[in-house]
Design a protein. Structure first.
Lengths: 200, 467
């Protein structure tokens, strides 16, 4: 997994609460059997008009947000289905960090498995970011996972909480399966002790 | 000894390894797999030279993108066909049992798990699908996971998990005629919101829950995720045991298992992080008006105005939802005409759902303005329904009777709404575009959907019942 340590990048806005994974990556694109190539379908029904041209009314489509790697959104981002295609699509489009007041559990979890950092900040801090990115074209944030802080050149400095284990894995790009397999003997022991499952 | 919740009992029995400051390593007893969220996981195993640790605990079927028209016809969408073929190849290569399209046991993964007796009290169940919470109806700890975690479970039969919070919802009292399990859970989501359960496992308890059949309990637990919860669960009882007895994968020594399961429920005095009480007698048939399951009202109510919402996020959400849904604040929901009706999905496609709907439509005709379809949850449900003659009841009324699958719940197969079409749907999500781009979904119970098909608009099903 690609580690996440720090990132300074343009911020793009998605000013809606309860953005569900059906919007992040609509179902017609879930039939592919690869992990890559989902970026062009990100927010498909919002980003594109009938016929495939860019929807000028979708804020993120504006030139000033080109090359954005940080997405700032509203509460309960990523609710709905468990599809990991959602973080895959965000990442493939170029985002490596989503800032929001809250996230749905499965989406939140899926981000960490893909080298992406979901940053949870209080509603009023997120509001400040929205205000400033609209005032300044090419507005950037610097996200530092080591220090657990989001900064901007115009003086914002917001600390954020992240689970210590998740932070460690993300900083070092650690693969969960590799970590778990260190306990293979204990798994075997558990299987003998608990005699779990229909095989037993 | 400190009284424990059912969740704590199951969790503690499945901890393989734990250390302070780290998530626990939890053993997974059943892993259900479907075609959409598994190909990348199997590919990951292949790339790292890993095997499926316990193929005997892993069961697969295809449900999301399968056509619900005749099974003998080839699948017209080549990408869907490839995804289905990939699942076949993966199951063969890794030794996983597959209930293939031609299997008499194929169906929606959350319908067939219980039917096969794979879903049992006290077990941990995961699947790369958020509606895995359904299986909690049997007193299992069951939750949806992403594809990376699917790969993790395939490789290790374990998952790294933070212990969630516990949330007790007690539903007491007699529910009125016409108020179904779907109305119970929609009311709860309306009350707690779509993120009210985030980070929690919900236990549903109380005499109104005990009074529910297993099918109804599955409907309630199924939509726990729509309230943001990781899982929903209900303590097992005699109804649970009666449902499971004799199922293919149920324990052979059923009596011993039953004795163990009887102690599984939360101990009296067990403490929960949060509690909510609901009076079943006050509940009404529900219809969603917006684009998330929390945007829901009683069938005899009017569509709310954005100004009714104090929270600015909720207000904005309501404005956008009304525009998308083509509704105006103050309209009576029962005046809203419906063009499509879908009875199906892992929420409401089981035999009881079909029996209830069939009883309502018997001898009546689907409104000429409506196209209505019934998609049984599994081949077993379909067969049972056909043996009871329900297919004829539906067909004679003008419903389309289909093969089993997820179908128009998410529209990954050809069953989709056209832009602007309005659908009364027994499924679980009314998100923008969920049933097809521009489609307008109203979530309702099977009885409400059946009545909407006949009348061509939402009607209060209480009018059909005892006064």
């Amino acid at each position: 997994m690609q580690p996440f340590t720090s990132l300074k990048a343009v911020v793009a806005p998605l000013d809606l609460p309860n953005v569900d994974t059906d919007q992040i990556i609509p179902k017609q694109f879930l039939k592919r059997i690869e992990r890559t190539g989902f970026g062009k379908f990100l927010f498909y029904d919002w980003r594109f008009l009938e016929g495939g041209s860019l929807n000028p009314d979708f804020e993120m489509n504006q030139d000033r947000y080109r090359g954005a790697q940080i997405l700032v959104a509203r509460a309960n981002f990523g609710c709905g289905s468990s599809r990991e295609h959602a973080p895959w699509a965000l990442q493939d489009y170029g985002f490596r960090c989503v800032v929001a007041p809250s996230f749905a559990d499965i989406f939140f979890n899926n981000c960490f498995k893909n080298g992406m950092l979901p940053v949870q900040l209080p509603e009023e801090q997120v509001e400040q970011i929205f205000k400033r990115l609209r005032q300044t074209a090419g507005y950037q944030l610097a996200v530092d996972l080591n220090e657990q802080v989001v900064r901007s050149d115009d003086g914002l400095a917001f600390r954020f909480q992240v689970d210590e284990f998740r932070r460690h894995c993300l900083l070092n790009g650690l693969d969960d399966i590799g970590l778990t397999l260190q306990f293979e003997a204990k798994i075997g022991e558990f299987e003998r002790r608990a005699a779990v499952g229909i095989e037993g | 000894m400190k009284p424990k919740t059912m969740f704590e009992k199951i969790w503690e029995a499945h901890v393989v390894h734990e250390e302070p400051g780290k998530p626990s390593l939890i053993y997974i007893d059943r892993h259900l797999v479907h075609e959409v969220t598994s190909p990348q996981a199997f590919e990951g195993l292949r790339l790292s030279g890993r095997k499926v640790r316990r193929p005997g605990l892993t069961f697969a079927t295809m449900d999301h993108n399968v056509p619900t028209t005749q099974r003998s016809l080839p699948i017209s969408d080549p990408i869907a066909a490839q995804q289905i073929e990939t699942l076949r190849t993966n199951c063969r290569e890794f030794g996983v049992t597959l209930f293939d399209l031609d299997s008499p046991e194929q169906g929606i993964v959350h319908v067939i798990g219980p039917e096969l007796g794979l879903t049992l009290p006290g077990v941990t169940i995961v699947c790369g699908d958020s509606h895995t919470s359904t299986h909690g109806a049997f007193g299992a700890l069951a939750f949806g996971i992403g594809t990376s975690e699917v790969e993790h479970v395939l490789a290790t039969q374990c998952l790294l998990q933070e212990s969630p919070r516990t949330f007790l919802i007690e539903i007491c009292g007699q529910r009125p005629y016409g108020v179904e399990a779907k109305d119970i859970i929609l009311s709860i989501i309306g009350q707690i919101g779509t993120s009210g359960g985030t980070g929690s496992v919900i236990e549903y308890a109380g005499d109104a829950i005990r009074a529910l059949s297993m099918e109804e309990r599955m409907t309630v637990c199924n939509m726990s995720i729509e309230g943001g919860a990781r899982a929903g669960m209900i303590a097992p009882d005699d109804k649970t045991f009666a449902y499971l007895r004799g199922r293919r994968y149920a324990p052979k020594d059923f009596e011993t298992a039953t004795r163990r399961w009887k102690d599984l429920g939360s101990d009296p005095g067990a403490s929960f992080d949060r509690k909510l009480e609901v009076d079943a007698a006050t509940l009404t048939p529900q219809v969603t008006w917006g684009t998330n399951p929390g945007q829901v009202i009683a069938v005899d109510a009017s569509v709310p105005s954005p100004a009714d919402f104090a929270d600015p996020n909720e207000r904005k959400s309501a404005e956008r939802a009304l525009a998308y849904m083509g509704l105006k604040a103050g309209m009576r929901i029962s005046d809203v005409p419906v063009e499509r009706v879908f009875i199906g999905s892992c929420t409401n496609s089981r035999i009881e759902d079909l029996r209830g709907a069939a009883q309502l439509v018997r001898g009546k005709k689907v409104s000429p303005k409506v196209y209505a379809m019934v998609v049984p949850g599994s081949q077993s449900v379909k067969k049972m329904a056909e043996e009871e003659g329900l297919d004829r009841v539906f067909s004679e009324a003008g419903f389309d009777w289909r093969e089993s699958g997820c179908s128009m719940c998410l529209g990954m197969n050809p069953d989709i709404l056209k832009p602007g079409e309005r659908c009364a749907s027994t499924s679980n999500r009314n998100f923008e575009g969920r049933q097809g781009k521009g489609g307008r979904t109203h979530l309702v119970s099977p009885l409400m959907a059946a009545a909407a098909a006949i009348e061509g608009r939402f009607v209060d099903v209480r009018q059909y019942g005892p006064r």
